[in-house]
Every structure is written in C-alpha cells, then in structure tokens.
Design a protein around this ligand. Structure first.
Ligand code: PMP
Length: 430
C-alpha cells in the first residue's frame, strides 16, 4: 500500500474496513475491541445513532457548506445555543474550527489579543496539538519536533507526582507546594507578560494525570490575582470521558475563561472543534475582530453531526453510564496491577485509565525509553493477538474504550489485556 506512514513502528498496521459497536474489523476479518476509542475520540463507538446519520445526510443535501465570512448556517446558531446552555457560567463566545490543534491556536490568539500579553504557561507532559503554537505549547517530546525555539511558551511541572514524590506529603501539602512553585514561576516570568495559563483539565495522552484536590481552584484564584486568563484544554476529556461533561467540572467552582474541545464533540465521526470564551472576552472582540478563521470553520455538516451526537449523549445519559462503570474500570485496573510486576502503578477517572510500565531495577521509566520501547513491541504483538486495538505510548498504557461500552465488554477487555500483559512482564525481564 503506497501511503506515507513514517516510522517502522507503523508498518504492519491493519487495514481497517468497518466498525460495529465498540469493535473494529480489519480486511482479514479480525475483530478488535477498541480499547482506547482510537485516539480517545470515538466516544460513542461505531453504530452511529440514526439521528446523526439522518441529520448529516440532510445537511449534506440541503446546504453542504457555508463560509463563516459570508453567513451563519442555521445549524451553527442551533449548536452555539446548545453549547451555551451546556457550558457553565458565562462561557458563550464560540468559534468552531476543525480540530483540537486549531482550537488551541484560536485560544492562544484570543488570549494574546485580549490581554495584550504574550506568554503562555503550560505543563510538561501535556499535549496541545501539532500546529505551530499548539505544538510549542505542548509539554512532552512532541514539542521538540517543531524546533522548540518559539519564545513565549513557559513550562510548569504538573502537580501529580508521577515518578517522584514529596516523601510523606499529604494531598493538601502537595497542592500547596505545587501552587507555591507556580506562583514563584509567574512572579519570575512577570505577570505583566503572561496572557494565560493553558492546562489540560486532565492530562490525557501524557498519562491520565489528575491534579490533586484544590489545585485547579488555586490556579483559578492565582489567575484572578495576576490578571491572567485560565484556559482548560478539553480536547481529549471533554464530552464525558471523566464522568463529567467537561473535565474541569471535576473541580468544584472552577470556570475557565477559555475552553477548547474537539474529538468527543462529534465522537470523531466528522472533524469539528470548539473554542469558547467568557462573555467579557467575546464582547471585547465585537469592537476589534478576533482575526481567527479558516475555510472549514463552522462546517455545517460537521455541526449537524455534533448537534445530534451531543443530544444523543444527553438523551441516553451516557455520562451517567460512565459514572456507573467507573468503579469497575478502577477495580479491574487494580486487579491487573496486582497481577503484573511490569505495572508500577495506575490512575483512573471515569472511563479513562492509564497503567505505567517500569523496569525491574526500579529506575525511572521515563529515562529508559529504549528498553521500554523494545518491550512494548512484544506487548503490542500480544495485545493485538488478544484482539485489542488501541494507543500504546510507552511507558503508558491507556484504557479509554468508547463511553458506551457495556460492563460485560469492559470486563472482557480487561481479561484480554491481562493475558497480553504476560508478554510485557517477560519482555521487561520480570
Ligand atoms: N489537545 C489535547 C489535550 C489533545 O489530546 C489533542 C489530540 N490528541 C489535541 C489537543 C490536538 O487535537 P487534534 O489532534 O484534533 O488536532
């Protein structure tokens, strides 16, 4: 097959022909349980509701496209209204780009133009996208690919002690310590130069990292104190993944100034994202243009899909379903961690979990890429042989099946992963 897929790791990837429920099938007829909703995006699986198909088909035949600079489609007005009702507080100014990276570009531009300041603070381990600013906002190795030489992006440590700890500290002490460090950083960078703090509500690709209790409230208060905007990137966790509609709703009382979402907006059936801001920010752009736009923004067919997808989530109480299954996901993760020496620890929230692999010598797995990467090649073979398909990001192993998975399917997925993990135990030398 002549398509450009760089890197040997991509070789021998299956040719996917169709999906059904929470399963994907390849051209050889193999059935895979989708263990990470692909890129944590196919949230309602592959049997799209009739309403989604009907609405997109109808939109396609009545008005397939309206350029945002020329007019507003009826569906854009309808989706904006729905989103304004669903978002808490006065979050309401919205643009609708086509992907998460673009939504974050729009957020960065919005924050810089609104505040007249330029620096953006992000966490190490975060991912914000593959376009120029969103890539530089990214805190993991993917930032390096873009050159890592763009000024204005400052990195802070995430407060979750992933492979280090403040020995014996309580959660409250960790929160306070992390907030003190962030404040020190803000003061040293100069609050007058900082436009916004841009954090994933829950770090997703970087390992399902939930900030300790009180931390996000502390960030909110610090942003108010220093006149800095607070942005929550909900691209991966928005629309139910954590058991709340938006991830930041896990932090009582926190309303960000800017919110971006993508993936779950349409459950990935069509490309669409969203950048929403609070009323006063929106109003500031009534006098001067935001200056952000793209040809495909507010694409009516994608918006018709989003509207019905969100209605489906609500009507079928998909978020309630996530909350009900979350304890099963958590206890199964504990079972597998106890069963496999190759797993150092796990974390979970809602329908979102992550195991971390480590080496027998106890060294920091983040510093041992080669050994762990090699072992993951063997693990991936076993994972696939046991009928799982999903993202593997050494040393992390995510668990993020479609939100609509049944309890039986979830337990079956963990049994498959349990079997596959023996290969990882062996490959890592346990
Ligand atoms: N932000 C977060 C938190 C993400 O997880 C991702 C994608 N994984 C992005 C932004 C970028 O989104 P996209 O790939 O749609 O551009």
């Amino acid at each position: 097959m002549l398509t450009w897929a760089p890197g040997k790791a991509r070789h021998n990837t299956p040719i996917i022909t169709h999906g059904e429920g929470v399963y994907l099938y390849d051209d050889k007829g193999t059935k895979f349980l989708d263990w990470t909703s692909q890129a944590v995006c196919s949230n309602i699986g592959y049997d799209l509701p009739e309403a989604v198909i009907e609405a997109t088909t109808k939109q396609m035949s009545t008005l397939p496209f309206v350029y945002g600079g020329l007019g507003i489609s009826e569906v854009r007005a309808r989706l904006s209204k729905l989103m304004t009702e669903l978002l808490p507080g006065d979050l309401q100014g919205m643009v609708f780009p086509s992907c998460g990276s673009e939504a974050n570009e729009a957020a960065i531009m919005m924050a810089r133009r609104y505040t007249g300041k330029y620096k953006v603070i992000n966490w190490y381990r975060s991912y914000h996208g593959g376009t120029s600013n969103s890539q530089q906002a990214t805190g993991d190795f993917r930032r390096w690919f873009g050159g890592d030489h763009v000024p204005g992006f400052v990195k802070a440590f995430h407060p979750f002690p992933l492979f280090w700890d403040l020995a014996g500290a309580t959660e409250e002490e960790r929160t306070q310590h992390a907030l003190n460090m962030l404040e020190e950083q803000i003061l040293n960078e100069g609050p007058d130069s900082i436009a916004m703090v841009q954090f994933e509500s829950v770090i997703g690709g970087g390992g399902v990292l939930v900030p300790p209790k009180g931390y996000m409230q502390g960030v909110r208060a610090m942003c108010d104190k220093y006149d800095i905007l607070m942005h929550c990137d909900e691209v991966m966790v928005g629309f139910g993944r954590t058991g709340e509609l938006f991830g930041f709703q896990n932090y009582e009382g926190v309303i960000p100034d800017i919110v971006t979402a993508a993936k779950g907006v349409t459950s990935a059936a069509l490309p669409l994202s969203m950048t929403a801001c609070r009323k006063h920010i929106m109003e500031a752009f009534e006098e001067k243009p935001l200056g952000w736009g793209s040809t495909y923004a507010s694409h009516p067919v994608a918006m018709a899909c989003a509207y019905e997808n969100i209605k489906y989530l609500i009507k079928n109480d998909v978020i309630g379903h996530v909350q009900r299954l979350a304890p099963t996901l958590e206890s199964e993760m504990r079972r597998l961690t106890e069963n496999h020496p190759s797993i150092k620890q796990y974390r979970s929230i809602g329908m979102f979990g992550c195991f971390d692999a480590h080496l027998p010598d106890g060294s920091n797995p983040q510093l041992q890429h080669t050994a762990i990467d090699k072992a993951f090649v063997e693990y991936k073979k076993a994972y696939t042989a046991n009928g799982l398909i999903g993202l593997l990001r050494p040393p992390h192993m995510h668990v993020a099946p479609p939100l609509v998975i049944s309890e039986e399917e979830l337990l079956d997925g963990f049994d498959r992963q349990d079997k596959a993990l023996y290969a990882l135990d062996d490959a890592l030398g346990f």
